[in-house]
Design a protein around this ligand. Structure first.
Ligand code: GAR
Length: 197
């Protein structure tokens, strides 16, 4: 049985594209929805061009009503029968109640070697700390931000003269390899972590 995967984005959606493009052939999952909280997210067009249904739940009309925003998200996910949710550059914090609905079925990619640097500005923080390497992590989403069980990590070197943008670009190329590799394994029911390279 193929698993139905919904991908939540807020921006350009390059990780979403990597995930969608990976779900072909004998892959145990297929994309059923790409949803953005930002109507202007560039990823929406890329998903539509790939024939994936898209939806927008704009968070702005829900200011001060997180429960209402998440109830609408939940309805969209249920409408398409999503079984796995992949957060891919989805920049809204989700409440423990919403996360509980998807316990063990929701993944996130984060641009650091967790448990280092949860939250924002990960690349600048790695450079300020003088870290010799950086990377990305795919993890199960739990109530605590960026702290769920690790399902995969990929590492890159920090090079002399790196700026946060240069490091981000190097990490992003690895995100595009790691996230599909983890999803393939996860959708097949195998939660052993993937470590790259
Ligand atoms: C990616 O680098 C992802 O790891 C990061 O946002 C970027 C989205 O790029 N996610 C977070 O920072 C989550 N806290 P994309 O839209 O091109 O996939």
């Amino acid at each position: 049985m193929t698993q139905r995967v919904a991908i939540l984005i807020s921006g350009g959606g390059s990780n979403m594209v990597a995930l969608v493009d990976s779900m072909t052939g004998d892959h145990p999952a297929r994309p059923c929805l790409v949803l953005s909280n930002d109507p202007n997210a560039g990823g929406l067009e890329k998903a539509a061009a790939r024939g994936v249904p898209v939806a927008v739940v704009d968070h702005r009309p829900f200011a001060g009503d997180r429960a209402g925003f998440e109830a609408t998200l939940q309805r969209e996910l249920e409408k398409v029968g999503a079984e796995i949710v992949c957060l891919a550059g989805f920049m809204r914090i989700l409440t423990p109640a919403f996360v509980a609905n998807w316990q063990g079925r929701m993944l996130n990619i984060h641009p650091s070697l967790l448990p280092k640097y949860p939250g924002l500005d990960t690349h600048a923080r790695a450079l300020t700390a003088g870290d010799p390497e950086a990377g990305c992590t795919v993890h199960e989403v739990t109530a605590e931000l960026d702290a769920g069980p690790i399902l995969g990590q990929a590492r890159v070197p920090v090079l002399p003269g790196d700026t946060p943008d240069m490091l981000a670009a190097r990490v992003l190329t690895q995100e595009h390899i790691l996230y599909p590799a983890v999803l393939r394994r996860f959708a097949a029911g195998d939660r052993r972590p993937v470590f790259l390279p």
